[in-house]
Design a binder for this molecule. Structure first.
Ligand SMILES: [Zn+2]
Length: 186
């Protein structure tokens, strides 16, 4: 019974990967480490925001913040989240929603400037069924895309390379956001 169950799971995973490739969706196998690392370990967004100096939070607003995804789908993958630990989009207050929208705009502008992507995927995963790795603290993903990135990313990327570039990217982004928000009140 257990064996059959395992077989079914393997088949299901294989099918998912196959259909993802078929539909040309960005596939990031190193994210499994992220999912396992944070499973049952509380909310890492709330943990990061509590730190006096987070390496990965590139901008803090009044009600929300921007953080680099530690296990990104692609280089420059940002997440924008409210400071409050809330699960649903409809729980956002107007002031949070407005600030998050502004942060989205600025994130796109800055990522365009420093990484020159060909496009973006922007979105929310709500609920486990949608693929949300962290379903209890709502966050918006901003993923820069380059032509052909679906083809080479799974082959050349690994978890050892990404944290190094993350540190450098984080420094650059922090500077850019600081410049950009000098005269902006969110
Ligand atoms: Zn949280």
């Amino acid at each position: 019974m257990q064996k059959n169950c395992l077989k079914l799971k393997k088949l299901n995973i294989r099918y998912k990967i196959k259909s993802m490739r078929k539909n040309d969706i960005l596939w990031a196998p190193w994210r499994m480490g992220y999912i396992l690392k944070f499973k049952n370990k509380g909310c890492f967004l709330c943990e990061e925001i509590k730190l006096p100096k987070s390496k990965f939070i590139v901008y803090k607003g009044n009600f929300s913040f921007i953080i680099l995804n530690i296990f990104p789908y692609n280089n420059g993958h940002l997440m924008i989240a409210p400071m409050r630990h809330i699960k649903n989009l409809e729980e956002l207050e107007d002031k949070e929603f407005i600030e998050i929208t502004n942060l989205m705009k600025n994130s796109i502008k800055i990522l365009k400037k420093i990484l020159n992507p060909d496009g973006f995927n922007i979105g929310l995963n709500i609920g486990k069924i949608s693929g949300a790795g962290l379903e209890d603290h709502i966050h918006i993903h901003i993923v820069p895309r380059w032509s052909g990135d679906t083809n080479f990313m799974p082959v050349i990327s690994n978890t050892k390379v990404i944290p190094q570039s993350l540190n450098e990217l984080s420094k650059i982004l922090k500077k850019e956001f600081k410049k950009d928000f000098k005269n902006v009140h969110c």
